[in-house]
Design a protein around this ligand. Structure first.
Ligand code: SF4
Ligand code: SF4
Length: 73
């Protein structure tokens, strides 16, 4: 399963990533960052497909995508 990592210190909680994720993987965390907002995080049971839509749309480049690639052999 692919997954993402969100840098809480860069997230301004604009929720653009939430709106573009086709699998509803991204939710708000319950811990404030230094901007005084609750940054996004990946839902525990998320089924991320590694599409990278969230990372491409994040205005603060706060998201890294780790894709799981199937072995063809
Ligand atoms: S990579 Fe795609 S599926 Fe995974 S969290 Fe981002 S938008 Fe959602
Ligand atoms: S798009 Fe980026 S800055 Fe906006 S909520 Fe998502 S991770 Fe945070």
């Amino acid at each position: 399963m692919s997954h993402i990592e969100i840098a809480a210190k860069w997230c301004k909680s604009c929720e653009i990533c939430v709106s573009v994720c086709p699998k509803d993987c991204i939710v708000q965390s319950d811990t404030l960052n230094q901007y005084g907002v609750y940054p996004m995080t990946m839902r525990e049971d998320a089924e991320c497909i590694g599409c990278a839509a969230c990372a491409m749309m994040c205005p603060d480049t706060a998201i890294e995508v780790y894709r799981t690639v199937k072995n063809k052999s």
